[in-house]
Ligand binder design. Structure first.
Ligand code: MGD
Ligand code: MGD
Ligand code: MO
Length: 769
């Protein structure tokens, strides 16, 4: 296996994309033995009548190309369409304890699950179980709880609207709002931060806005790896000559130079486009200071009588401007530059770019959301945009770049631990049962409940909950206390090996596979990061006759758990248009006539009121919320403390590891690395390739420690280091999260370097070039 290949660090100096991306696409199709099938799949991906890419949530372009996929979408598809299969024989061969010894990469490479399995404690193995028995077991456990709040119902963002909607109705009829969700670790600061500010916790741009923008900021988002299809928009914007500002502690390769794999001329001539013309080397957590610096410059210009603010917009549409002005003007440059790590001169340049532009888009990702004050920080992005009226006009707006392909959609259709009373009334009226009114658990709270022993059952609709969560050791221990764990899943992952007393693995038909029921061929729908809802129809045969569509699994769990239910679960499971009719009934403002409108090849766009300068907030205005100070994380006094950002490599999808390499950052065949500034290395007596351990700076009695990490000399700002998620999740304390949204601060873990005790076992990394 590739782990045995030599670990190598060789800085990458070429443009991103191009032949490297084309080659990687072919390689992954070969590796999964699906060259022909995969290529056929790629032709149907993101095309009308086909299925939606299972990778990221970036929308399709307004004008379609013949091929609409990227290298990482191809990887996602190849891994889903793989020839490799896990059958009952596989589980007969290994105990769960033995499987725990295997790497995440190894588990992923074993392929698709094909039949339902149940944990057998006597042999420590998973053994086959019939679907009827599996549902009966779920029903028995859920019905035997003292309270429905003792169960946790997780959703990962690949779940389609129809499934997520029904799942949320089933869980509410059962009687709880415990909906931990992958969004709780991701863009929840967007949902919770923007809703009170703008009236909707979503982005406000559509694809066409990229064509009209006069400036684009990309903050804390690694576009070339995590939403590669957006590179096309950036390339086109750059060709129009508009400024593109990149704010990131890492000079992400694709945002510096990129070759579109679809551009035949550039491919043939080895040409490339320079993307960002302003790279801002921010310290981790330094963005707030930059935003405030820009605002300070704008307010000062305004005081001089310059045309710096959109006064009409501010007067007519916003509340809170004067508090923001007073706050921004109160900081001095010494603090702004110290905390951001960016010079006054460069911040003034950013302000000039921003002031000159009449239509600005700010895109952002996990570099903004995953801090202790992530939600408040997202509001500052909105504030900055409001200052120049960048809402409700072409080419302008806020653009949270979502993660999972349907994470936004799942939230829209009811996966929400804090539902509004109005929504609950609607559910009562449409379905005729009284839903629970108390708020439920988000992801961190659900783990706390497991740890406390108050949670008894965990049902995972997709995802890899405990591997994605902080404090790995504690999370594993908490999960193991449960009475029942259920993984509804395509692939085997760690989350199924860390299990409750009873445990089930339930294999599903994937996004790219056909769903045929007694009512004929069914399709599902997906909402992308710009609120477009489109149909997704699989083109391949289901992985195995024993795998079930996720929607059917939800309906059968409901029937097994709620025998008295008056809902027609048996009908929903066969005919998904009945589900869409109910979605339309619960959300008439955005989903009216859903079944009709979804017939359009481009689907429908859900109304985003701020695009019309309508603010569905409590005040009826766009609210400016001030976040006092310049820090987005607690200040840690320890000298020598480093801020660690846990990030994705180019070859992983969250906890799914495609390979151990990270081409654009020059790392090959290992994931146990720490990117560090040369001066920080020198100060600690470290050389390129030194093996170290990291320890979290906390005083709560837990020792959080990861050993065997090779340091690589990388252009990081001083005091900032980066390494890979999920390997470094043991360092992230469960309590270290944004209190508004519940999102763990995975980008700013305070750590110290300590001597390695694992020198001998660690894979030494060879430094080249
Ligand atoms: N191929 C692929 N695609 C994916 C995923 C995947 O794993 N693989 N995951 C999907 C999911 S669920 C999500 S949420 C998205 C994630 O997509 P991204 O948001 O791009 O995710 P990350 O790689 O976690 O980190 C983003 C960037 O934040 C920067 N950063 C770290 N700290 C700071 C900071 O304090 N300030 C600033 N300005 N930047 C900072 C890092 O250097 C990095 O470039 O991608 C989605 N798409
Ligand atoms: N330290 C640190 N931690 C993080 C992050 C970070 O940046 N740093 N990022 C956070 C973010 S943004 C997110 S979104 C979470 C991700 O958390 P999750 O969404 O829980 O994790 P994934 O790794 O995306 O889940 C992958 C698994 O989903 C299952 N799966 C795949 N496709 C399907 C399907 O079609 N149907 C079903 N039923 N199952 C399927 C497979 O079993 C696969 O192993 O992690 C978070 N954790
Ligand atoms: Mo995410």
């Amino acid at each position: 296996m590739s782990q045995e290949k030599e670990a190598l660090f060789k800085p990458y100096h070429h443009p991103a994309g191009g032949w490297g991306a084309a080659g990687a696409t072919a390689k992954v199709l070969m590796e999964q033995s699906v060259l022909v099938k995969g290529s056929r799949g790629l032709l149907a991906m993101n095309q009308p009548g086909g299925f939606k890419c299972p990778s990221c949530a970036f929308p399709d372009p307004d004008e379609r190309k013949t091929l609409e996929f990227c290298e990482n979408g191809a990887k996602a598809l190849a891994h889903e369409a793989t020839k490799a299969r896990i059958t009952a024989d596989f589980f007969e061969e290994f105990t769960v304890t033995q499987l725990m010894e295997k790497s995440d990469y190894w588990l992923e490479m074993q392929g698709r699950l094909t039949e339902p399995m149940r944990y057998d404690a006597a042999t420590d193995k998973y053994v086959p179980v019939s679907w009827d028995d599996a549902f009966a077991m779920i029903g028995r456990h859920l019905r035997s709880l003292d309270s429905p709040d003792q169960a946790e119902f997780y959703t990962s963002g690949r779940t389609a609207n129809e499934t997520a909607f029904l799942y949320s109705i089933f869980v509410r009829e059962f009687g709880t709002n415990n909906f931990p969700d992958c969004s709780n670790m991701c863009h929840e600061p967007t949902s919770r931060g923007l809703a009170p500010a703008l009236g909707v916790g979503k982005g406000t741009i559509v694809m066409a806005d990229f064509e009209h923008a006069e400036a684009i900021f990309v903050v804390g988002q690694n576009t070339g790896t995590n939403s590669p299809r957006m590179m096309t928009n950036l390339v086109e914007a750059r060709k129009r000559g508009i400024p593109i500002v990149l704010i990131n502690p890492m000079p992400e390769r694709a945002l510096i130079r990129f070759t579109e794999p679809q551009d035949m001329v550039k491919m043939a001539t080895m040409g490339s486009t320079a993307i960002s013309n302003e790279f801002v080397h921010v310290r981790i957590g330094g963005d707030l200071a930059i935003f405030k610096g820009i605002m300070k410059v704008l307010f000062e210009a305004d005081a001089r009588g310059e045309d710096a603010l959109d006064k009409e917009f501010l007067a007519e549409h916003t509340l809170g401007l004067e508090e923001l002005r007073a706050d921004a003007l109160s900081y001095d440059w010494a603090d702004i530059t110290r905390i951001s790590g960016v010079s006054e001169e460069q911040i003034r340049k950013l302000a000039a770019i921003y002031q000159k532009s009449n239509a600005t888009i700010i895109c952002y990702g996990m570099g903004i959301t995953q801090h202790q004050k992530g939600s408040n920080l997202v509001q500052q992005v909105a504030n900055l945009l409001m200052l120049r009226g960048n809402f409700g006009k072409p080419g302008a707006g806020i653009a949270p770049i979502r993660g999972h392909s349907n994470v936004q959609g799942d939230r829209t259709v009811g996966i929400d631990e804090k539902p509004t009373q109005a929504y609950l009334d609607k559910v009562r009226d449409v379905f005729g049962f009284e839903p629970p009114r108390e708020h439920g658990h988000h992801a961190v709270e659900s783990l706390e409940a497991m740890e406390a022993g108050t949670a008894k059952v965990f049902i995972g609709m997709g995802g890899n909950f405990i591997r994605a969560m902080p404090d790995t050791e504690r999370s594993y221990a908490a999960m193991s206390r449960l009475n029942l764990t259920v993984g509804i899943t395509t692939k085997l992952n760690r989350g199924h090996l860390v299990h409750g007393k009873d445990a089930l693995i339930l294999p599903v038909v994937s996004r790219s596979e056909r769903i045929i029921t007694s009512a004929g061929e069914q399709f599902v729908t997906i909402e992308d990061a710009m609120s477009n809802v489109t149909a997704s129809r699989g083109v391949f045969d289901p992985v195995s006759p024993q795998a079930l569509p996720e929607t059917e699994i939800v309906c059968r769990m409901a029937m097994a758990t709620l025998p008295e239910s008056r809902l027609d679960w048996a009908a929903y499971q066969e005919d998904y248009s009945l589900i869409r009719d109910k979605i339309a009934a619960v959300y008439p403002e955005i989903y009216a006539d859903f079944s009709e409108r979804i017939k359009h090849p481009k689907g429908l766009h859900l109304d985003v009121a701020p695009r019309r300068r309508v603010w569905k907030t409590e005040t009826g205005k766009a609210n400016i919320f001030v976040l006092p100070g310049l820090e987005v994380n607690d200040v840690v006094a320890e000298p020598g403390m480093l801020r660690l950002a846990t990030i994705r490599s180019h070859d992983q999808y969250n906890t799914t590891i495609y390979s151990n390499s990270d081409r654009y950052r020059g790392v090959y065949n290992t994931r146990m690395v720490v990117f560090m500034n040369r001066d920080d290395m020198k100060e600690r007596g470290l050389a390129n390739g030194s093996v170290i351990a990291l320890e979290t700076c906390t005083e709560d009695g837990y020792r959080r420690h990861v050993d065997g990490l090779s340091v690589v000399d990388y252009p990081m700002p001083r005091g900032a280091i980066a390494g890979y998620y999920p390997e470094l999740n043991p360092l992230l304390p469960l309590e270290y999260f944004d209190k508004v949204s519940g999102t763990p601060a995975a980008k700013s873990i305070p750590v110290r370097v300590v001597a390695s005790a694992a020198q001998a076992e660690a894979t030494p990394i060879r430094i080249a070039g």
